[in-house]
Design a protein around this ligand. Sequence first.
Ligand SMILES: Cc1cc2nc3c(=O)[nH]c(=O)nc-3n(C[C@H](O)[C@H](O)[C@H](O)COP(=O)(O)OP(=O)(O)OC[C@H]3O[C@@H](n4cnc5c(N)ncnc54)[C@H](O)[C@@H]3O)c2cc1C
Length: 387
Amino acid sequence: MKTYPYWWEFYKPYHFQNTQVSNSSYDLVVVGAGYTGVSAAIQASSKGLKTLLIDQLALGEGASTRSAGMVSGGLNLGKKINLFKDYGEDLAKKFIQESIGSYEYLEDQINHHLEEVSYQKTGRLVLAHSKKKLDALRQKTKLLNSLSDLQIQIIENLDNEIINNYYKGGMLVKNAASVNPAKLYNFFLDKALSNKVDIFSPCKLLSHQKKDEFYELKTSEGKIKTLYLIIATNGYSEKDIGNEHYNIIGVPSYIAATNILGQEKVQKLLPKLRMYSDSKNDLYYFRPSPDHKRILFGAFPVWAYGMENSKMVKSFFYKKINIILPKIENFSIDYIWGGKVGVTFNTLPMVKKTNNKIFVLGCNGSRCGSYALSWLSSRKYDYYKSK
Ligand SMILES: Cc1cc2nc3c(=O)[nH]c(=O)nc-3n(C[C@H](O)[C@H](O)[C@H](O)COP(=O)(O)OP(=O)(O)OC[C@H]3O[C@@H](n4cnc5c(N)ncnc54)[C@H](O)[C@@H]3O)c2cc1C
């Protein structure tokens, strides 16, 4: 069994340097080269900023090439809080609309490259494990339909969707999709390279300090000076990113990929070949592979971090897959891997800016990366205007 992501058969994260960083000077340094950091670097370089992107690991080795590749917007915002109660109706609606906008934003970015990144418009079925949860999904459906054209509907009878007595119904989101996350990462990385972004991996940010109008960064590869700093370290953040804004936990999540079951068997188990998640707190999520020959099954056994190769983790997955997809019968597991999902303390995405430093964290399913950049590009112009 392999303990690296199935997706790495298509793009394997690698170390890369197209510059020297020691004693260098930049307009912008982006720390963390996942989707967020790479997207920020692309936009900054296209606005004319001299931009450096660094990562302590290989390029994409964080969460961005480890995910399940389920694409949606608006569904997962502020899961653990009541947006309306905590922020008031107007702001709550704006948050949700912005999050829904992230879905269109991504489609816009990869337009004309859908096959290259294995983008498939599959829809997403959120399955209710109890009647109470189904009622909650009903309310959510009403709200989201009133704010968007996600075309959400409640499905009471799941016979045509999944063969299993476990779920009590579901919420079907038609405007949702799937992607190969590693191919998607490679697509954005290529864009960054053709935009002439300077890249250095591995290079770890150890500390940073403001001196006059610049930040001085201490990294594993030497000192770097920069006018602007973006911290996009998400679930892999450590306190050295700045204690004052350390506001994120890397919650481990794991995915198992079955052996090749074949398209016929996969389609029998999941006739509509959608993306699936469930409403329970220790969430399961599953999907067919893009070629529809395997099933990828995700879960949050947080006790298992770093134990991907153990018998315990393997038997956990066998057990859960058999409960959720009882007709799967003979199967084996070819891959199990883990990654860290960045969850902020209030479960909302965080874009925080102080003194030309921007933290962009916890944007799982949102588009705060682009917020940060629109702010940054306007600042760049202000800076030059003032010179
Ligand atoms: C198992 C799993 C399944 C998931 N499934 C889905 C899904 O189906 N759909 C979905 O939308 N999302 C999913 N997610 C979440 C999604 O992967 C993340 O939202 C996304 O990848 C975050 O991108 P990012 O660039 O913010 O962070 P990351 O890709 O994690 O990048 C952060 C980078 O920062 C680097 N870094 C940290 N500290 C430093 C430092 N001091 N110096 C230099 N570099 C540093 C890390 O090495 C890392 O590469 C899943 C995540 C996991 C782990």
